[in-house]
Design a binder for this molecule. Structure first.
Ligand code: ADP
Ligand code: ZN
Length: 721
């Protein structure tokens, strides 16, 4: 129903809802995207049901008229309810949530022609290092000058130089080309009996209302093939589908796999899209034309016209947790969205989170299991290598037994994968003469040496400095030593051990674009690589039939520090990487290097007794009242000035309410005591399940004031702490 006056939520988090008069002839209803004048500014906002957002009533005669109605579909009611829920649950301004619904300003504009640039293939005669970097990084890319400059990490001027010298060309793109339409019957697989049973059950739930399902199947059991059947059914019924992936790097292989099944690629949504693609995807999603959307967590808040199914692939992944801004967990919000939309949601995982298992135990989600690998492939056998008993030689990290196994694989022409979840060459550089350690000036973190790029980098704030030639402290040359291994160093060791082997490093430093990722897949498939050394980037999604050996360089890495999820995360990560081995006809072997072969998580991996591990973990969480049996929230107080941060944190701590069933710990320096130049102090709230922690925290923080230089962020259900 058109409204005579409108309450508008703008995208500006500092503003509450604002009231406007709707001019004659403008049909505004709840969900309309409008232009709201404020002082001299024009703000984009969404009209909301006034009764749901208490605000100061302003008399009709004092209202300014809305400045315009944007010609896009109305933001649907279920999505508005989801926005309210998210703002409430994660203690965030509604405006911040709404920014995820309307993330693309170009989608709201009328223009249909956009100017972009791409490489011509010509290389100019004079190549500065900056230009070389740009030419390297922009291979296969297209975008505006600004987008390309950001991607290549060079200035706009460098790119304009390349335009002038003919290496980059200008092209006009038509923004609103039609999106392709997946064909549900293009190439359906022949499913095994188990797979068919699971698929039938999923297919039956399409169109039938809210239905959260855990699709729990070992790696390589065909979970993707199975949920594709549900996707096909939703498409047949004319509904839209959202598939959430944990990592942008997995998008490209997924698009190809989808195309093999459905005859065309789905619509992609992630942070790496250029603005023309973003515009096209957003408008297709809002109009209902984009039938299947595959994306990172941010795709969750888009205004689907007719959503019929959500799939969360690798649902246990930590990367579904957003760590700044609105700190939401995409897995949990996906379930809420399905609830508001009244549709099924599939959580697919080989190693479901304890939280998800708990939902199954308590009857709130149902579970479908796949217990066998496709085509009789066997799960690989897993062996722990005790580094205390059989250590590698000094200064090396690959144990003798693993060396022997790699040798055997080289002899038979099979591929091997060495996994270490640490980018770069070495996590720490120190001066032998004076003991100086290279630390990030902005963070409580060491600078990590990236030898391939000839620089040191902070993995928290992104600061990079050129690789130093002398110690900045004592001036000594040749005194700098790299401490500990990163993947680049393991690759060096492999090269020294097996000079004839063809080795590839797979990290975000080497696979920086979809083109690179596709090239890596091709090389693996065509047998041009013998040994891959990689970070968690290679642990998921890939299917290489000739890969039969996986070596885990340091299983203890994730166990140190001892946070709540250390053992669970290690279990998931090693299961995941182990799952890359033996996916074809040949059996796989997994060797796990560790100093603590008796640790319960390692023992569980070796014995394959998942249930026992889960039971033990669950029990210890239950005893401690930890999630999913209790609730946690972290309040992080940060400021550039340490004292200011600490004093504010103390003040907040002193005002902590006494509530039955809730305890407040701290403040104490946060685990990353300094991040991006801000000092951080943390209070941890631990409460019983039934307590409305959000309400308590909202009232508590509402009664404390702090200076504008201090930031107070609440992380509800923190993933790591
Ligand atoms: P998961 O997602 O459980 O790890 P996938 O769906 O990726 O498993 O399946 C593993 C591999 O087996 C993939 O290459 C997939 O195409 C193949 N596969 C699984 N089920 C079938 C089937 N019924 N017919 C043909 N290929 C299948
Ligand atoms: Zn830093």
């Amino acid at each position: 129903m058109p409204l005579p006056r409108a309450r508008v939520v703008t995208l500006n988090a500092a503003l509450g809802p604002l009231d406007y008069r709707v001019p004659d002839g403008m049909a505004v209803e709840p969900g309309s995207v409008v232009i709201a004048p404020l002082g001299p500014r024009q703000l984009v906002g969404v009209a909301w049901e006034a009764e749901r957002l208490p605000s100061e009533e302003v008399g009709d005669n004092r209202l300014r008229p809305l400045a315009g109605l944007i010609d896009v579909p109305v933001i649907p009611a279920p999505l508005r309810r989801l926005c309210e829920w998210t703002a409430d649950y994660y203690l965030s301004p509604l405006a911040s949530v709404l920014r995820m619904v309307l993330p693309s300003s170009s989608a709201l504009e009328g223009s249909r022609q956009l100017t972009e640039y791409r490489l011509t293939g010509e290389r100019p005669g004079r190549l500065t290092p900056q230009r070389t970097q740009a030419l390297d990084r922009l291979e296969g890319r297209q975008g505006t000058i600004r987008e390309l400059a950001a991607h290549a990490e060079v200035s706009d001027a460098v790119l304009r130089g390349l335009v002038n010298s003919g290496a980059l060309e200008r092209i006009q793109v038509e923004a609103d080309q039609p999106l392709s339409c997946p064909d549900p019957d293009f190439a359906p697989p022949k499913l095994s009996e188990d797979q068919q049973a699971a698929a039938n059950s999923l297919v039956a739930s399409i169109g039938g209302g809210f239905d959260p399902v855990l699709l729990d199947g070992i790696t390589g059991s065909g979970k993707t093939e199975v949920y594709f059947e549900a996707v096909a059914e939703a498409v047949r019924e004319g509904r839209q589908v959202l598939v959430l992936l944990p990592e942008i790097a997995l998008t490209q292989p997924f698009l190809k796999r989808f195309a093999a099944r459905f005859g065309c690629e789905p619509t992609a949504w992630h942070s790496d899209l250029r603005s023309s693609q973003r515009r096209r995807a957003w408008r297709g999603i809002a109009s209902g034309e984009a039938k299947v959307v595959v994306g990172a967590r941010s795709a969750l808040f888009l205004p689907y016209a007719n959503l019929g199914l959500i799939v969360v692939d690798e649902a246990h992944e930590a990367s579904f947790k957003q760590e700044d801004g609105v700190q939401y967990h995409a897995r949990d919000v996906a379930v809420m969205r399905a609830r508001f939309e009244d549709i099924p949601v599939i959580l697919s995982s080989a190693t479901p989170a304890l939280e998800t298992r708990h939902m199954v135990e308590t009857g709130r989600y149902r579970e479908l299991q796949l217990r066998e690998r496709h085509a009789g492939a066997q799960l690989p056998s897993l062996t722990a290598l005790d580094l205390t008993a059989d250590p590698p030689p000094r200064g090396r990290w690959i144990a003798p037994q693993l060396v022997t196994e790699i040798e055997a694989n080289l002899a038979t022409g099979e591929q091997s994968l060495l996994f270490l979840n640490r980018r770069g060459f070495a996590p720490l550089t120190l001066c032998r003469t004076c003991g100086h350690r290279f630390q990030c000036p902005n963070c409580t973190a060491w600078m990590v040496e990236h030898r391939l790029m000839r620089r040191l980098a902070c993995h928290h704030c992104g600061l990079v400095i050129p690789q130093p030639e002398a110690c900045p402290e004592c001036g000594d040359k040749d005194s700098l030593v790299a401490c500990g291994p990163g993947v680049e160093r393991i690759a060096d060791e492999v090269q020294a051990l097996f000079p004839d082997a063809r080795t590839a490093i797979v990290t975000s430093d080497t696979i920086w674009s979809p083109v690179r990722a596709a090239e890596f897949v091709r090389q693996m498939e065509e047998g041009e690589i013998d040994i891959v050394v990689g970070t968690q980037l290679v642990t998921k999604g890939y299917h290489f039939p000739n890969l039969t050996l996986v070596g885990v360089i340091d299983a203890d890495l994730g166990l140190s520090g001892g946070d709540l999820r250390a053992a669970e995360r290690t279990f998931q990560q090693i299961s995941q990487v182990a799952g890359r081995a033996g996916r074809g006809g040949k059996p796989g072997r997994v060797l796990v290097q560790t100093h603590q072969p008796d640790a319960p998580v390692i023992a569980a991996l070796v014995s394959g007794d998942t249930e026992q591990f889960v039971a033990a973990e669950t029990e210890s969480r239950q005893e401690a009242g930890m999630p999913p049996f209790g609730r946690l929230a972290a309040i992080v107080v940060s400021a550039e000035d340490k004292e200011e941060a600490e004093q504010t944190a103390n003040r907040i701590g002193r005002r902590a309410p006494q509530v039955e069933g809730m305890a407040v710990y701290g403040p104490a320096p946060a685990p990353l005591a300094m991040l991006r130049g801000r000092h951080r102090f943390r209070l941890l709230v631990h409460a019983r399940r039934s307590l409305d922690v959000q309400d308590v925290i909202r009232k508590w923080l509402g009664g404390v004031e702090w200076s504008a230089k201090v930031r107070v962020a609440v992380d509800v259900d923190p993933y790591s702490f």
